[in-house]
Ligand binder design. Sequence first.
Ligand code: URA
Length: 435
Amino acid sequence: MNFLSLIEAKRDGQVFTTEQIRQIVSNYTAGNIPDYQMASLLMAIYFQGLNTKETSALTLAMRDSGDVLRFPNDPRPLVDKHSTGGVGDKVSLPLAPLLACLGFRVPMISGRGLGITGGTLDKLESISGLSTALPVEKIVSIVQTVGCVICGQTAQMVPADKGLYALRDVTGTVPSIPLITASILSKKLAENLDALVLDVKFGAAAFMPTIDKADELAQAMVKLGIECGVNTRALVTNMDRPLGRAAGNWLEVKESVDCLEGKGPSDLEELVIAFAATLLLQTKKAIHLKEARAQAVACLASGRPRQKWDEMIVAQGGDLEVFNRKLAREHTAPVVVELSAEVDGFLAKVNPRVIGEVVRDLGGGRFTKETIINHDVGIDMLLPAGEDVSFDTVLCRVHATDKAQAETALARLKSAFEFSELQPTLPPLIQKVVQ
Ligand code: URA
């Protein structure tokens, strides 16, 4: 295939046929297209876009680049949630076991960190022994027995997205509505779901800067998901502040366990309950939102999802003893330092972009496809916006590999916090439901 002419065609704003898109995806997956040419095409798509038909063709071609999961008949609906990515966004971790306890089957195929946003797989891999690269048969068997699994798309599943996702991460081509739509939906369609709920984020640390752009992405994904036969809804949520009190791989696992034990931060719990309730409504396991929320809240409080979490990590090869010992430690990074306020008043804003960049620079995220993640570094004890502060109130803690790195992070973090004399009013976390 003459790939150069396809790059030129898209660069000049031409529309691809479904067949051309199939060819692009299958040749890239087969290794016939070098990354530099694919990167160039992605940049052309970033600027020129793809129309609805092209996006649908790309999504289906990516889904069909590998195996699609097939599950035995079972009364438990197959459901999943996917986020467009944020800083401190660990919702998937407590949500999967909660959904399993609510009577769903959850084949959660997740991604790695992208840009400054964290990735569910990177977080889970901070658990000793746990594997996120599971063969298709194992994914199906864990879903059938445990009820939930969180893993990556293996060589057999959506291989096209695996390559493209990593390439987009390091070529500045992530924030494109058609590329995000195809990336997320190809993976979700390969799970053969009954219902899907999407977390489409907007704000300083989201790929979509404004609520309008997030709404546009949510509408595109919901429409395409429904067209492809999956009951799809989206919540448009605020990423102008970090979610929870921790950002960084292991620190977020720890906070997720806190959430499962009823000790998690309220914003994290709010989203976990909201997504569970939305799926209960979508699958008609509840008729009204109030009833759905009550079911989700009671289930989380029962402690069963916390046990389900242990079952899930053991099924994925995690060493429970090592995990519990690690959980009991106050920190696992060699150096921990605090950043304190130097004013009296209120914390008006916490810039999640700065937090995400600092975590990445500490080694918790990637600059290139080859970067090896440091799971232990990050930030915790993040004070939420709206709290009152006085001189010496701890704003956050930095977990670093050495003192010099910690000092650099502290200096940078000062710019993340803004203060005010009056108590700020915070916009709601969940801004809109798209269905
Ligand atoms: N999450 C994905 O899976 N893909 C994207 O492109 C962005 C977020």
